[in-house]
Ligand binder design. Structure first.
Ligand code: NDP
Length: 260
């Protein structure tokens, strides 16, 4: 019997990058999947997983829209009969000097990265309480939830916020068999990181493509960038019975880059 057979896992931002790697990991371990994102590309990602025999539902959902988020979790429950694990992974970043950072960028970043995590937790909890099966909430933070980087005060604030809401919900839900934990990825090679490499690279010096990333990787004790699979391994552990007694924690997946 596979570890997540009979369990339903919702993953926001599940169509690419870290979210897709987690989807692949959970489906390989038998989970039924609900993938949510704003672009129709999520349907192609779901189709690719279905072709491997997985049970997958794709839902278009903007995590900043409370009505859409409620519909996402109600649809997950109506389709598969429960919501057992919810991974709040959707996220955005922009990079700008303080004098250029707009109110719109600030609001959008906090809205997706922090409010979106909260709204998804709230609706997942509603379904988990209804089923009485308990559940696992896994929130995607960042190395920037430990140590704010230059030119991203809005992103750092949004990710520090994820740790705060994770701890608060963990305390509220501790007696309901619902655990809440956060993950802090370091440098993970995805579209988001390609953007970071390009824009930080331009702003911090005359770096060519991948040169900034290569120089930052030199600061990682393990001397390699991370992969979506590295993050997926931790998500699967936190969703498993092996993590029954772990809640309110924030764990780095970064090859030792940040040790606090
Ligand atoms: P990507 O840019 O590759 O993917 C981001 C995902 O979030 C996409 O699926 C995107 O969907 C989805 N998304 C964005 N906005 C919304 C929204 N309003 N509603 C629903 N879905 C949305 O990023 P990564 O895979 O790299 O990042 C995943 C998470 O990990 C993010 O929270 C990020 O902050 C965090 N992280 C990443 C690191 C890295 O080095 N890559 C480091 C630390 C943290 P769509 O394609 O439809 O727009």
């Amino acid at each position: 019997m596979k570890r997540f057979e009979g369990k339903t896992v919702v993953i926001t931002g599940g169509n690419k990058g870290i979210g897709l790697a987690m989807a692949e990991r959970f489906s390989a371990e038998g989970a039924r999947l609900v993938l949510a994102s704003v672009e129709a590309q999520v349907e192609a990602a779901a189709d690719a997983l279905k072709s491997t025999g997985a049970q997958v539902l794709a839902v278009l959902c903007d995590v900043t829209d409370p009505v859409a988020v409620r519909r996402l979790y109600e649809t997950a429950d109506a389709t598969f009969g429960s919501v057992d694990v919810s991974v709040q992974n959707a996220g955005i970043i922009t990079i700008a000097k303080v004098e250029d950072l707009t109110e719109q960028e600030w609001d959008a970043t906090l809205s997706v990265n922090t409010k979106g995590v909260f709204l998804c937790c709230q609706e997942a909890i509603r379904q988990m309480r209804k089923s009485g099966r308990g559940g696992r909430l896994i929130n995607m933070a960042s190395g920037q939830a430990r140590d704010g980087f230059i030119y991203t005060p809005h992103y750092a604030a949004s990710k520090f916020g994820v740790i705060g809401l994770t701890q608060s919900l963990a305390k509220e839900l501790a007696q309901e068999n619902i655990t809440v934990n956060a993950i802090c990825p370091g440098i993970i090679k995805t579209d988001m990181w390609d953007y970071n490499d390009r824009v930080w690279g331009r702003m911090l010096g005359d770096y060519g493509p991948s040169e900034l990333m290569a120089s930052w990787v030199q600061n990682i004790p393990m001397k390699r960038a991370g992969t979506g699979q590295d993050v997926a391994g931790l998500a699967a552990f936190l969703a498993s019975e092996d993590a029954d007694y772990i809640t309110g924690q924030t764990i780095n997946v970064d090859g030792g880059l940040i040790m606090s």
